[in-house]
Design a protein around this ligand. Sequence first.
Ligand code: NAD
Length: 465
Amino acid sequence: MKGHVDRRSFLRISALTGAFMGIPQLISAKGTPEINEIIDRISQTPASMGKSVIGLKVPPIKQVRVGIIGLGNRGSGMTMLVDALCPDKAKIVAICDIQERYADRSFEALKKRGQNPVVYKGKADAWKELVARDDIDLVFIFTQWDMHVPMAVEAMRKGKHVAIEVPAATTLEECWQMVNTAEETQRNCMMLENCCYGEEELWILNMARKGVFGTLTYGEAAYIHNLRSMLFDDSYYNKWRIRHNLAHDGNIYPTHGLGPVTQYMNIDRGDRMEYLVSQSSLQASYTEFSKTVSPDNEFYNRTDFKHGDMNTCLIKTNKGRMIQLYHDIVTPRPYSRKNSLAGTKAYHEGYPSRLCIGEKGHDWLKDADYQKYKTEYNHPIWTKLKAEITKYGGHGGMDFVEIYRIIDNLNRGVQLDMDVYDAAAWSVVTPISEISVELGSVPVKFPDFTRGRWKEERELQILID
Ligand SMILES: NC(=O)c1ccc[n+]([C@@H]2O[C@H](COP(=O)([O-])OP(=O)(O)OC[C@H]3O[C@@H](n4cnc5c(N)ncnc54)[C@H](O)[C@@H]3O)[C@@H](O)[C@H]2O)c1
């Protein structure tokens, strides 16, 4: 790729990569660097500071002692799912939120269930006291995106395993910080990609591994969810989410659709995502919606949102597979994660779920045939936990399955279902897609967070037991 990056783009790219990769230093007396120089630097692998955590197992923890940070929309509900596993499998030792009312709300809900966690609240750094405790094994992080990595890194340094909400990180530097710290401390750092535990997703994963799709060729993934009124109102702490849409283009929430599709394709377990190209539509919905909110809203009547209404990425894998990935949180259209998978023998498309198999493949399977596949390949965890899933739910049950698996895997001393390399590879789409858009949809290479070990064929723990 020839040509120099203009100064404005260069400054934006530096912010997305962080000082870590030395990109800000590329600017010289001669001017700004060539596009090639930047793209190469993004995919370079920094020196490792510890042993790989691929396959990491820690001794069984009979009752997992849990600390929870962030008790807003997501954290308050997930806390009650952890509570559902107490006291047999877990114990909630401490909870934390900067907003006292949210800390108190969760404390009261837990008290009614006979729990008595220590509460940290009211201060921006109260969470540091929680992660410094010596009676916690696992810290859940349910805060806004920019706090995920600082909290996770500090918690790992204090000896804790961490489970971080999605996306785990938003810059290239943060992705490497997460990987390096997990390797240095030999702690688990798992991103809470709940969609990997959906009944439909685990069913497709099972079918993909058992050969129903034949050779996998391409997939489609998405986060399409009209959130515009929530973006502008006070649903999120300090309106944190709309600030990302104001400041960034690219795919800023990539993992819900991408996580499951990369699992179908064995990414970083025999294949890897090599590069992406990304393009965004014009931005119109943010501006138009901003005219409808109250004049005292700081986002009233604004036109300066950077985020295009729809962002699309095309991802190429080492084995030649292709993933189309979409992000749109402002168009009035139905929710979808796409969840499409194509192979030489079958094709699945989600929303609603439909399956097409074999030579008769001009139409979707009729319900009776579809149900046969459903019964034959349904993941056993959904049968095993049926009663609890019905009772506790959480996005149709996948949230409960996710929490159950983290705690249960730690109880049994087996590896977690997802590792820090998954968290980094899926999250890094955010900065590299924005860089691709910024530079006119140029191909941007994925860093290899596994440092070459993506070539090793290995199975996901969720398919082992
Ligand atoms: N996996 C899913 O299905 C799903 C669904 C919703 C949200 N999420 C993710 O969950 C996270 C939180 O989203 P949300 O909708 O709950 O946002 P939110 O704003 O409701 O919650 C964030 C919480 O973090 C607290 N907080 C902020 N700074 C803090 C600090 N320094 N110390 C302690 N607490 C602090 C806030 O007070 C707030 O209660 C995000 O990463 C989001 O992407 C995931």
